[in-house]
Design a protein around this ligand. Structure first.
Ligand SMILES: Nc1nc2c(ncn2[C@@H]2O[C@H](COP(=O)(O)OP(=O)(O)OP(=O)(O)O)[C@@H](O)[C@H]2O)c(=O)[nH]1
Ligand SMILES: [Mg+2]
Ligand SMILES: [Zn+2]
Length: 345
């Protein structure tokens, strides 16, 4: 499909269009409409951006149904094709994604956090928010989606022991994962994160409420665009100031998605605990006596013998949670769709 000259690739690049998008578009058999990106998602409508400006749009029923059947749905960051119909703008097509971040919701469903993400900025504060176990979950989720994690530890001015906390996180995240300690309120965050902020890149901010995600957006924008909120004095917990996900373009060229703080991150079910977070277990497991050792009560288990007890606990917890999530998702997928007749009975 030829792109509309008023909506050419240069304009789209400003909202993250890249070679993957172009290939996805070229692969469509009979594309209807012009490319745009979902930058906000509301109850009754979407906001899509075509490279020039944002528009309110609705999803065409046919597309909605098609996605529903496959258990999919649209997410902020998705690329779509839009076209007018009867005076309103509709999303007609959904382009295949390069990546999708997922988490489990309480009701057995999954929440699509954001799509077509290159880098996830995992933000954790060095105050009472500090929890290496929680960060481990984020790392798992992000790696499962083939998204590059960058860890940002904020509020150094509120830390109990920066060096020890940093070392603990570095050991957990591994040498390949960039790790920064920075005050989200200061402008030098722009220089620190410059390698990830080039045009064509899309980043998402993830972390608890009150850790400074929106503050960081403002520092990167050089502007007070996002609302921020003070944390509770007695426990440093945030007040859930940001309430919806939104994508914006940074002066450096990249797109950044701010998200509301998550109370508790439940794994989406796609993760691989051993490969993506516990390489030390994978390594030790070669020496277990039994090849299918579950690192429980088996004799000769090298993992139980070699791993610090806390790390072993966290591993078992994540592994069991993941198994339960996968089982639930499998069960949900095998429930036949209710037909009209079976509903009446
Ligand atoms: N002391 C200190 N305060 C910070 C730092 N970074 C952010 N803050 C403050 O922390 C509070 C919460 O920041 P927000 O940016 O609203 O946090 P958020 O992660 O967006 O929170 P939600 O939108 O609720 O998910 C604000 O009052 C910020 O000014 C920091 O490095 N040090
Ligand atoms: Mg916020
Ligand atoms: Zn074992």
């Amino acid at each position: 499909m030829r792109l509309n000259p008023l909506n050419d690739e240069d304009l789209l690049r400003a909202i993250g269009w890249n070679a993957h998008c172009a290939a996805a578009l070229a692969a469509l058999v009979n594309p209807q409409g012009r490319p745009a990106r979902i930058i906000e998602q509301h109850r009754g409508h979407l906001v899509v951006h075509d490279g020039q400006r944002g528009h309110k749009a609705k999803t065409l029923t046919a597309l909605f149904d098609r996605l529903e059947i496959t258990g999919d749905g649209l997410a902020v960051g998705d690329w779509v094709l839009i076209a007018e119909e009867g005076g309103s703008l509709y999303v007609h097509e959904h382009l295949p994604r390069a990546s999708l971040l997922l988490r489990s919701r309480g009701d057995n469903g999954v929440q699509r956090i954001a799509a077509n993400i290159d880098t996830a900025l995992l933000v954790m504060a060095l105050d009472n928010d500090f929890s290496p176990n929680r960060l481990e979950r984020y790392l798992l989720m992000v790696r499962a989606a083939n998204v590059t994690p960058v860890v940002i530890l904020t509020k150094p001015d509120r830390a109990t022991d920066i060096d020890a906390q940093r070392a603990e996180v570095a050991a957990l995240a591994g040498p390949a994962t960039p790790l920064f300690v920075l005050d989200a309120r200061i402008a030098s965050a722009q220089q620190t994160l410059a390698p990830w902020l080039a045009a064509g890149q899309t980043l998402v901010l993830l972390g608890s409420s009150g850790v400074g995600k929106s503050t960081l957006v403002n520092s990167l924008m050089g502007n007070e665009l996002e609302r921020t909120g003070a944390t509770r004095a007695y426990d440093d917990r945030g007040r859930h100031t940001t309430t919806s996900r939104s994508l914006r373009t940074l002066p450096q060229g990249a797109c950044l998605i701010d998200t509301p703080g998550v109370r508790e991150l439940k794994l989406g079910g796609e993760e691989d605990v051993t490969a993506d977070a516990f390489e030390d277990i994978a390594e030790l497991a070669h020496s277990c006596r039994f090849r299918d050792c579950s690192h429980g009560n088996e004799p000769g288990c090298a993992v139980v013998a070699g791993l610090p007890p806390e790390r072993l606990d966290n591993y078992r917890k994540l592994r069991d949670e993941l198994a339960a999530t996968q089982k639930r998702r499998l069960e949900a997928a095998s429930v036949p769709m209710p037909t009209r007749r079976s509903k009446k009975r």
